[in-house]
Design a protein around this ligand. Structure first.
Ligand SMILES: [Zn+2]
Length: 403
């Protein structure tokens, strides 16, 4: 009898393992299919507002439907169109799926699916001859594929304490346009959002270091309980800040706790060489497993608290000697640059610059837009003092600033 029970346990155990590995195989297959499709030349680098973006949005919509997610975009569709300001007539499309568990609060999972096209928007790092498709396999077909995979899993799971919004943003490469629009036009009240997880470039996990960045750690006291610094399977690089060069920033600025998963930059970043054959698919599966555990853990917790963080202004693209220490609203059409956040103890804040100010001149340089600001910044040295001209409501202020 005892032997029979042992056998039964053994078989059920190995059946569970077999099922688990079968599920893993299925996931792996789906992730590979999604990354290869999204990074295919046919989608021409998925630039916001193009036919390539449309093909990608159709694919994501199809996957959300297949996973059993309902539509939460505009007019009961999966799409949320948004204008690309200072580029008249150009429209981007967020893709929004929903798992309605009839709960009071909702968790948002997000990833941008747009990329650079042929590098027309001056955000390519490619310096070679001729126009080339920037396939964006890691940036961010990987995050988008992980999002789709989590949709399949969540819908089948018994995690019912929260509803789940899964949103694939567009317009990220232009300056977080899609996520900013979503945060300003959220289909559910922002106060009902528990937290937001952003996945941007999760496709290049280094197999020897297993190092993964987790941003937003300081945006809720709950994260220090849920994310261990000495995780067994990952070398976790903690970044406390709620802001950074990706879509979680738009939610953090609405006082929503965020987490940002990122496997690091690489030599193909924002170049045509960011292709599907360089993706670490098993690494992606691992990261998705980590996020599944996190979602399972928060399913036993009440809504988590929000904490403000110190902003660090690292941009993958910033290589300046000095900065003002401001977070900008990249969707502002100008003239001038619109300050979202003036970080404490940084040059601008010390000079008296405040959030919602519009900086129109730096020293002798008028600031038409962000490009003009970047250009002007490169003219200054550490320790130098100059004047900032700021528009605040109908007033114009001249403030001395020291870098
Ligand atoms: Zn990206």
């Amino acid at each position: 009898m005892k032997q029979l029970i042992l056998l039964a346990v053994f078989f059920s155990g190995s059946a569970a393992i077999a099922q688990h590995s079968k599920d893993q195989e299925l996931s792996l297959g789906r992730i590979k299919t999604s990354v290869s499709y999204l990074a295919d030349d046919k989608l021409e680098g998925r630039r916001t507002g193009t036919a390539g973006e449309k093909l990608a949005a159709e694919y994501i919509t199809g996957q959300f439907k297949k996973a059993g997610l309902t539509a939460l975009g505009t007019n009961k569709t999966y799409l949320q169109p948004f204008p690309v300001k200072n580029d008249s007539g150009r429209t981007g499309h967020n893709v929004i799926g929903y798992i309605d568990n009839k709960a009071a609060h909702t968790i948002v999972l997000g990833a941008h699916y747009d990329h650079l096209g042929y590098g027309e928007d001056k955000n390519s790092m490619y310096r070679g001859e001729g126009k080339q498709i920037h396939n964006g396999a890691d940036d961010n077909a990987s995050g988008t594929s992980a999002l789709i995979e989590l949709g399949y899993w969540l819908k089948k799971s018994d995690l019912k304490k929260y509803n789940y919004i899964l949103v694939a943003f567009s317009g990220e490469e232009l300056g977080l346009f899609g996520s900013k629009y979503f945060a300003d036009n959220s289909p559910l009240p922002l106060t009902s959002i528990n937290y937001m997880i952003n996945m941007d470039m999760v496709g290049r996990l280094n197999d020897s270091t297993h190092s993964m960045s987790v941003g937003g750690f300081g945006t809720s006291p709950a994260w220090s309980e849920l994310i261990s610094r000495d995780d067994k399977s990952f070398k976790i690089k903690i970044d406390s800040s709620g802001t950074g060069p990706s879509d979680h920033t738009s939610f953090y600025l609405k006082d929503i706790p965020v987490l940002f998963f990122f496997t690091g930059t690489h030599t193909d970043y924002h170049k045509p060489g960011d292709d599907a054959d360089k993706i670490n698919y098993n690494g992606m599966l691992h990261i998705i497993g980590y996020i599944k555990n996190l979602l399972t853990a928060t399913n036993n917790k009440d809504k988590i608290a929000f904490t403000k963080t110190r902003e660090v202004h690292t941009g993958m693209r910033s290589s300046f000697k000095v900065t003002l220490g401001v977070m900008l609203d990249y969707t502002f059409a100008g003239p001038g640059i619109y300050v979202d956040v003036a970080t404490e103890d940084r040059p601008a804040a010390k000079a008296g610059v405040e959030a919602k100010d519009i900086i129109v001149q730096l020293g002798e340089y008028p600031l038409e837009d962000v490009q003009a600001y970047m250009k002007a910044l490169s003219k200054f040295e550490k320790g130098q003092t100059t004047n900032i001209k700021v528009k605040r409501g109908d007033k114009e202020l001249l403030l001395p600033v020291t870098f």
